[in-house]
Design a protein around this ligand. Structure first.
Ligand SMILES: [Zn+2]
Length: 122
């Protein structure tokens, strides 16, 4: 989303990276913007996604999964995969945008399609 700005900032310094001219400062800003716009893991103790949102989650025992976040009736965090409730989620990050040309259906789109479960049993 910041690609255009980063590209503009990335004009090369005429003195081959002197380190402190206007152009070099812009190069450093481009690096910083790229670093800050990288997706990062959010500890569930600090921040949670919006209810109903799918995220990539890190589970303490089993690794990474795609899961849907919901708030339980007592306000507790609940995570669901297509195979049920997920316990032990420690971190989450937003899913990347699907490619623009074609947007394949996510697991929940398939699950809630007419007829429920698809033929793969997912
Ligand atoms: Zn410079």
């Amino acid at each position: 989303m910041y690609e255009a700005l980063v590209k503009t900032l990335r004009e090369q310094c005429q003195n081959m990276d002197c380190g402190n001219c206007n152009t070099c400062v812009k190069l450093k800003a481009a690096d910083a913007i790229e670093e800050l716009s990288k997706p990062r893991w959010n500890p569930v103790t600090e921040r949670l996604p919006k209810p109903g949102e799918e995220s990539l989650v890190l589970v303490s025992k089993s690794g990474m999964e795609v899961a849907l976040y919901e708030e339980g009736i007592y306000g507790e965090a609940e995570w669901f995969t297509t195979s049920g409730k997920l316990e032990g989620v420690t971190h989450w990050m937003p899913l990347p945008e699907p490619p623009k040309e074609e947007a394949p259906a996510g697991p929940y789109d398939l699950l809630y399609e007419e007829g429920g479960y698809n033929s793969n049993g997912v």
